[in-house]
Design a protein around this ligand. Structure first.
Ligand code: B4P
Length: 186
């Protein structure tokens, strides 16, 4: 199964993708994780992305698409995948459709995790304390939420028009939410 996970920062995309990976036995592809690994390794791409990510803005479409094309050239994606963090705007949604069209691997389901803003803020503040991620400080979180509303929310309509969208309430325990997603995929 080929799945895109959609939702605001802190909605649980990365958390649920990790659980779904084990349940469905398909790779988890997170553009956020690929970018954080590039930053940690200090690659040229990572050096370009570092400040943009810390501020909570989107890294350029060109850079992220290049990384994604490289990941999708690996054969493990042919058995299905969970894509987390991409697409984040309409240009990325169209680029993904073209890429997967060329591979003959269209998206089966786009799962939107629906979470109240107060919960998002609580979760990200919790992660800031626990992990100290550079973009979980209050200013960057506020900007990430703004970017989500302005640029990423229209991607939900894109998948709704394609008949691929399922909406899942994203509050409750991680296991409860996982079971809701599995039920919605059937
Ligand atoms: P991401 O890595 O995608 O970060 P995110 O949106 O915050 O979500 P994440 O998956 O990490 O967190 P989750 O909600 O699971 O992106 C980071 C940055 O990379 C972006 O801002 C951007 O700069 C760049 N980027 C990535 N993709 C890009 C793209 N396509 N184009 C351009 N730039 C891109 O979890 C949050 C917290 O909530 C965790 O602490 C978790 O433990 C907790 N949590 C989750 N579920 C819970 C539950 N049910 N109950 C309680 N806590 C829960």
């Amino acid at each position: 199964m080929r799945i895109v996970l959609l939702g605001a920062p802190g909605s649980g995309k990365g958390t649920q993708a990790a659980l779904l990976k084990t349940r469905l036995n398909v790779p988890h592809i997170s553009t956020g994780e690929i970018l954080r690994a590039a930053v940690a390794a200090g690659t040229p791409l990572g050096r370009q992305a570092k400040a943009v990510m810390a501020a909570g803005a989107l890294v350029s479409d060109e850079i992220v698409l290049g990384m994604l094309e490289e990941r999708f050239s690996q054969p493990d994606v042919l058995g299905g995948f969970i894509l987390d963090g991409y697409p984040r705007n309409l240009a990325q949604a169209n680029a993904l459709e073209a890429l997967l069209g060329r591979l003959g691997q269209p998206i089966d389901r786009a799962v939107q995790l629906d979470v109240a803003e107060s919960t998002l803020l609580q979760r990200l503040a919790g992660r800031a304390k626990a992990e100290g991620r550079a973009d979980d400080n209050p200013d960057s979180v506020a900007h990430r939420l703004h970017v989500y509303t302005e640029q990423t929310a229209p991607v939900i309509d894109f998948y709704e028009k394609h008949g691929a969208l399922v909406r899942v309430p994203g509050e409750g325990s991680m296991e409860e939410i996982l079971e809701r997603i599995i039920a919605a995929l059937d």
